[in-house]
Design a protein around this ligand. Structure first.
Ligand SMILES: [Zn+2]
Ligand SMILES: [Zn+2]
Length: 240
């Protein structure tokens, strides 16, 4: 299984990431990827990119050296109401929105609150994917949330970086989430969450597990560029 669109990558617009757009795309090209979503942290995170980064990113071309560049964002969920830290006007413009919970912005207190948060995020028509939802100590009602995500056409992100962090707890969460997605027939995107150009497209941990559980390839939306573009064109049609 080879994932040809990396849906979650950071550039040095956030100072804890280290590559320029050109460097990220050059490595993507070298690795044979067809597309990359640039998804820097939104402004509410202390080290997030400035709002101007997102407002101006449409100046960038759609293709760099043959690799499709999507202008995305990793937006911060600001409470159990599920609201994001960028306004609706900007949400409408972005090619790809990952909604993630990050500790400095908001962390649900318990499973009930976490479930509520995701259910509210899913109601947002502009959100494309639920970001690294296994990377929290607090879990959520996987069946309820993943079923709702499927009905709303949202993808669940299987974030390969989560498999490498925090003594295996998050990896275990990710496994459970992937298994529920398989059981319920929910769509996923598989991403690197790269903070350096060298890790663009590095999704081997996630792919190894998906292969182990024989995850259906037709439910992986970013398997290739054609499928990814068609899916999100369709999603735009649903909300307009
Ligand atoms: Zn994140
Ligand atoms: Zn990230």
């Amino acid at each position: 299984m080879k994932i040809l669109v990396d849906t979650h990558t950071h550039t040095n617009a956030s100072t804890h990431a280290y590559g320029s757009v050109l460097e990220n795309l050059a490595l993507a090209k070298q690795k044979g990827l067809e597309g990359v979503c640039m998804t820097n942290h939104a402004p509410a995170l202390p080290d997030g990119a400035h709002l101007f980064h997102f407002q101006n990113c449409f100046e960038l071309p759609d293709y760099i050296d043959g690799v499709r560049l999507f202008k995305g964002i990793e937006a911060n969920i600001m409470g159990k109401h599920g609201r994001l830290d960028i306004d609706e006007g900007l949400q409408k413009k972005m090619d790809f929105i990952i909604a993630s919970a990050h500790t400095p912005c908001y962390l649900p207190k318990n499973e009930k609150e976490c479930t509520q948060m995701w259910l509210n995020v899913i109601k947002n028509p502009y959100v494309s994917a639920l970001g690294h939802s296994g990377r929290m100590k607090v879990q959520y009602d996987y069946e309820t949330v993943i079923r709702a995500a499927k009905e709303a056409g949202k993808c669940i992100e299987i974030n390969s970086y989560s498999f490498r962090s925090a003594n295996g707890i998050f990896a275990e969460h990710c496994r459970q989430i992937a298994l529920w997605c398989k059981t319920l027939g929910a769509n996923i995107v598989v991403s690197s969450d790269a903070h350096t150009p060298f890790l663009i497209g590095e999704v081997s941990a996630a792919v190894a597990f998906l292969e182990e559980i024989e995850f259906p390839e037709e439910q992986i939306i970013n398997l290739n560029l054609k499928r990814f573009e068609e899916y999100f064109e369709n999603q735009k049609g649903r909300r307009d």
